[in-house]
Ligand binder design. Structure first.
Ligand code: SF4
Length: 326
């Protein structure tokens, strides 16, 4: 495959077709650098060499009633993660101040839940109003399934984005979760967008899905018009149903990022959980496809830390900055 021609196709505004994405998802390791170079041409066009940093706040931990097989925050998993109820508005505002001090582009408040209670929604909305009155940081929240009224309330409170991941393909979703449907996830992304928020919507790879499932996820995100795509690599958590699963190779994880970039050229593509453990010393290569990172760790696992992230970004020839679409 001439990956430089595929990049040119994407840059011309023509959607890269499913069969080409499948070829990318199954390309051999000898093609990895050519594939990443194609992804980089697209990334550079839309985002230059800038990297936007996002910080997560685990606003309610370990109490989710759902049964997503990879998730240590499901109350059904014996994962030993911290369990606590919704944080206070003051705690959420303090988290935003800390994220802003560290140069974060976006601060995301996350609750482990099927959907937000009225009280939780009110807490997030009040925190959002206070943060927006004080800081210029962009705001996102991830609170599970939403209805239209919830989405409108969050948008009115000042949320720029709402996160709700599809996680995997429609075909494979039933293998991952039985307590809610893929359609419910799609519906939440749609109501968030309809309310005027950007859609942050991605997934997790390494669950045992096939290459065509990764392509299916990439295409579904394209169809939904995701503005931001966080990509998690399974870092098997003790006590979860996938505790014994082997991690992806670094090359496979990098191929997934390239597929998502080819399918969604302009999107804000973010490397999420599992970055350090799956990519190891190959981490900097992820920046050639992705333009964004979560820094300071993930919801229940630590990352390498802000200092190491900043050093990695600089050493790889990138710079921390805003995201600008051209
Ligand atoms: S809905 Fe979210 S928090 Fe709950 S188990 Fe699934 S991934 Fe985890």
């Amino acid at each position: 495959m001439h990956w430089d021609r595929v990049a040119a196709t994407a840059l011309s505004g023509t959607a890269v077709p499913r069969e080409t994405l499948l070829a990318a998802a199954t390309a051999g390791d000898d093609e990895l650098l050519a594939l990443l170079d194609a992804a980089f041409r697209i990334r550079r066009h839309f985002h230059g060499r800038r990297v936007s940093l996002h910080v997560l706040q685990n606003a309610k931990s370990g109490l989710c009633p759902e049964d997503c097989s990879f998730c240590s925050q499901s109350a059904r998993a014996a994962s030993g993660v911290d369990r606590y109820a919704m944080q206070s508005v003051d705690e959420l505002v303090a988290g935003a101040r800390s994220a802003a001090r560290d140069g974060a582009h976006t601060y995301c408040m996350v609750t482990s839940t099927r959907d937000p209670s009225g009280r939780e929604l009110a807490t997030i909305c009040e925190a959002a109003r206070r943060i927006k009155s004080e800081l210029s940081i962009r705001l996102c929240a991830s609170l599970g399934l939403l209805d239209a009224a919830d989405a409108l309330a969050l948008a009115a409170a000042g949320l720029d984005r709402y996160n709700h991941n599809l996680e995997t393909s429609e075909r494979f979703f039933g293998e991952v979760c039985t307590t809610h449907t893929y359609a419910a996830r799609v519906g939440t992304v749609r109501v968030a967008k309809a309310a005027g928020m950007e859609a942050c919507c991605g997934g997790i790879v390494g669950l045992g899905e096939r290459p065509e499932d990764r392509v299916g996820l990439a295409l579904a995100l394209r169809e939904l018009g995701a503005d931001s795509i966080p990509v998690n690599f399974l870092d098997p958590r003790p006590g979860t149903a996938l505790a014994g699963r082997a991690r992806l190779s670094a090359a496979e994880a990098l191929r997934c990022l390239a597929v998502l970039r080819l399918a969604n050229p302009a999107v804000d593509l973010r490397v999420a959980g599992g970055r350090e453990t799956v990519l190891g010393r190959m981490q900097p290569l992820a920046l050639f496809a992705a333009n964004s990172l979560f820094t300071r760790g993930y919801l229940t696992t630590p990352g390498q830390g802000l200092k190491a992230d900043l050093e990695m970004i600089a050493q790889a020839g990138f710079e921390v900055g805003e995201v600008h679409r051209q």
